[in-house]
Design a protein around this ligand. Structure first.
Ligand SMILES: Cc1ncc(COP(=O)(O)O)c(C=O)c1O
Length: 380
């Protein structure tokens, strides 16, 4: 049996998304910047896509910019947010994705900003009082705090953080890569300056993404070149990616309720069955708390075991089960997870992130739990 439980790393594409993209590979191949009819036809498809994304997020098309994914969108918002608004201080948390952390660290190294990193407790919760103190002491800061953590699933309250940022006139950016397409975002109501998406996290194509920047605090471009994306991102557009991410987002919004129920039930079943099978199991961060974490992510801490130590992912892979240890975005790298380190996770225990999608079934979970049970009873 093959079981794919690494959906926070990437998801399988939906057939309907592929169908929507196909004409733009076969017949609609004009360059959207060309003035002839073949170019204009593709330009019109891009603008239709932008309008659709804006409509789904309850905002205006002029605030949506298509990018190559979440990483580029995070880089753009952070670097250009800082540079465009003379920002000298930024606040983030140690649990952010490297697309945010490394970008802010580079800005600090270049002398653009001083960086403050919030404290987190062993569950990965940030302290909003500490955030407020920092905002009070540092006017005109940039705050970058993610909506949901990609390794442990912890959800941050964007409404509360955004309200604080607004009160102290900070630029608030959020990495929403793991929640886009899984939760609704109502940008008319949410006090936020920028957020991002990566299409491959919700059954769209890899290498597709977008950035939202609120019109009240505009930023300058990150990539210079042609006048594409209304002068905000030079380079011929990834047309098939734009069509794909838009279709994927449209389907995600249409079917969100049933997906939330299906995937949430799978996660709950996983927690219950695993706790019965291996009583000494623990769950990292808030990932076992259904209302405080992504319904797609469960981070499991397994009891110390000589047979599995450092080999668990490999042993699971041999049984046909794909999962990851921490974030898979930089998989291949043997360095441990910075998120689990920040949570003081016991290095004697193996941690695995199981992440689910609407394509998973209860049978797949039962198979995975039975294999985990086998792996953890070998030594007893
Ligand atoms: C929270 C988070 N931010 C950013 C990214 C990077 O997104 P992309 O792969 O679209 O560049 C990822 C990818 O795993 C992620 O999980």
């Amino acid at each position: 049996m093959k079981v794919y439980l690494d959906n926070a790393a990437t998801t399988a594409m939906d057939d309907r998304v592929i169908e929507a993209m196909l004409p733009f590979m076969k017949s609609h191949y004009g360059n959207p910047s060309s003035v002839h009819s073949q170019g204009r036809e593709v330009r019109s498809a891009i603008e239709k896509a932008r309008k659709k994304v804006a409509e789904l997020l309850n905002t205006t098309p002029s605030e949506i910019f298509f990018t190559s994914g979440g990483t580029e969108a995070d880089n753009t918002a952070i670097v250009c947010g800082i540079e465009s608004h003379g920002i000298k201080h930024a606040i983030t948390s140690p649990l952010e994705h490297h697309a945010v952390l490394h970008t802010l660290e580079v800005c600090e190294k270049k002398g653009l900003i001083k960086l403050s990193i919030l404290d987190v407790n062993d569950k990965g919760e940030i302290d909003l009082f500490q955030l407020e103190e920092l905002l009070k002491a540092n006017p005109n800061s940039l705050v970058s705090l993610m909506h949901a953590n990609n390794e442990i699933g912890n959800l941050n309250d964007l409404e509360k953080i955004g309200t604080l940022c607004k009160e102290y006139e900070a630029f608030f950016h959020s990495d929403t890569v793991q929640t886009m397409g899984h939760y609704t975002h109502n940008l008319k109501e949410l006090p936020i300056n920028s957020l991002v998406a990566g299409g491959h996290k919700f059954h769209g194509p890899k290498g597709s993404g977008f950035l939202y920047v609120n019109k009240d605090k505009k930023i300058h471009p990150f990539i210079h070149g042609g006048a594409q994306e209304r002068n905000m991102r030079g380079g011929t557009e990834n047309v098939i990616g734009i069509i794909g991410i838009t279709k994927a987002l449209e389907l995600a919004y249409e079917e969100m309720e049933s997906h939330q129920q299906h995937v949430g039930a799978i996660k709950q079943h996983f927690i219950k069955s695993l706790t019965e099978a291996i009583p000494d199991v623990q769950f990292n961060g808030l990932s076992a708390e259904m209302d405080k974490s992504l319904y797609t992510v469960l981070n499991v801490s397994l009891p110390p075991s000589e047979a599995n130590r450092g080999m668990l992912l490999f042993n699971l892979d041999l049984e046909g089960i794909s999962a990851s240890g921490g974030s898979a975005c930089s998989s291949g790298a043997t360095v441990g997870s910075h998120v689990l380190r920040a949570l003081n996770h016991n290095p004697e225990r193996d941690a695995v992130r199981f992440s689910f999608s609407r394509f998973n079934t209860i049978e797949e979970v039962d198979y995975t739990i039975s294999k985990l049970k086998e792996l953890y009873t070998i030594e007893v």
